[in-house]
Design a protein around this ligand. Structure first.
Ligand code: COA
Length: 145
């Protein structure tokens, strides 16, 4: 898998990211479009993974919450591409990018509960209690890198 990143919301990479997010979060998970596409779009770093056929198949965005602390958001793999370790490759790429672009020491994210074991396999740990976001049960998770 090849990863590309952009901060430019007029770029084709951002457009590829949004196409995946619309399919996964808005269509598949029924998240409200107004919640999914928010005011942080132009303040975040968007990462897209392309498979061997150059098809955009996974994405995430990174938000610098505070110096060295990056919030990983909108992690998604197209359903046709799940279970092939693309999600794990995406998390590995995010870690490299967080270090190189932000000199990050900590990654945090809000995990949908069903995805907690997926993040645990990449050594993220849960902290704090449960909460709802877009009506979906979540927990905070973090990883020191
Ligand atoms: N429950 C338990 N384990 C899971 C899992 C799940 N829902 N999803 C993945 N895993 C495990 C895999 O079994 C694999 O472990 P293994 O190597 O020991 O077998 C490991 O995590 C890596 O899996 P991978 O194939 O890289 O995951 P994926 O490409 O299927 O992507 C998601 C996982 C969660 C990103 C994907 O299912 C997705 O996009 N879901 C919809 C959007 C979403 O919910 N995003 C998370 C928002 S917080």
């Amino acid at each position: 898998m090849k990863f590309q990143m952009t901060r430019d919301i007029n770029s084709s990479i951002y457009n590829d990211s949004l196409t995946i997010r619309k399919t996964v979060f808005i269509e598949e998970q029924q998240v409200d479009e107004a919640l999914e596409i928010d005011e942080l779009e132009s303040q975040t770093l968007h990462v897209v993974g392309y498979d061997e056929k150059e098809e955009a198949c996974c994405t995430a965005r990174l938000y610098e919450k505070e110096t060295g602390m990056i919030k990983v958001q909108r992690v998604a793999v197209l359903s046709s591409h799940r279970g092939k370790c693309y999600g794990r490759e995406l998390l590995n790429a995010i870690e490299d990018i967080a270090k190189s672009e932000f000199n990050a020491h900590t990654l945090v994210l809000d995990a949908q509960d069903h995805a907690i074991p997926f993040y645990e396999k990449s050594h993220y740990t849960v902290y704090g209690g449960p909460f709802l976001d877009a009506n979906i049960p979540h927990h905070h998770m973090k990883k020191e890198i």
